[in-house]
Design a protein around this ligand. Structure first.
Ligand SMILES: [Zn+2]
Length: 116
């Protein structure tokens, strides 16, 4: 039985880190207008751009860096494009064969210059 490829390539921890950063950025962007409404203008004006930058950088990094170590296919982009709104994360965390080059977890030690 094949192990999920995201786990085998060590990219599930990368995805979790970037998802956590995205959540922090989203929280900051969400909280900033509330702070502004309550009269904390300096805090709101400081937190909003920092949160937006964290959110943007973490999402763009995840889209670019979660990829096949052999063919560099961007797996997160594939998951979002080819699966339903409710199914992309399940696919991403369970797929065991690269949809572009056929790399599977049992071949992972044969990949030259792998990018983990
Ligand atoms: Zn591939």
């Amino acid at each position: 039985m094949l192990v999920p490829l995201l786990q085998t390539t060590g990219q599930s921890s990368k995805l979790k880190t970037l998802a956590t950063a995205s959540a922090i950025g989203l929280a900051a962007v969400t909280i900033a207008p509330e702070l502004l409404a309550r009269g904390h203008e300096t805090a709101a004006v400081t937190i909003f751009p920092i949160g937006a930058a964290i959110l943007l950088v973490s999402v763009m990094s995840a889209l670019r860096l979660v990829r096949c170590p052999r063919c560099k296919s961007p797996w997160l982009q594939f998951a979002l494009a080819e699966n339903s709104v409710g199914g992309w994360l399940t696919w991403l965390t369970t797929f065991s064969v690269c949809p572009d080059c056929g790399l599977s977890s049992d071949q992972i030690d044969k990949v030259p210059d792998r990018d983990r």
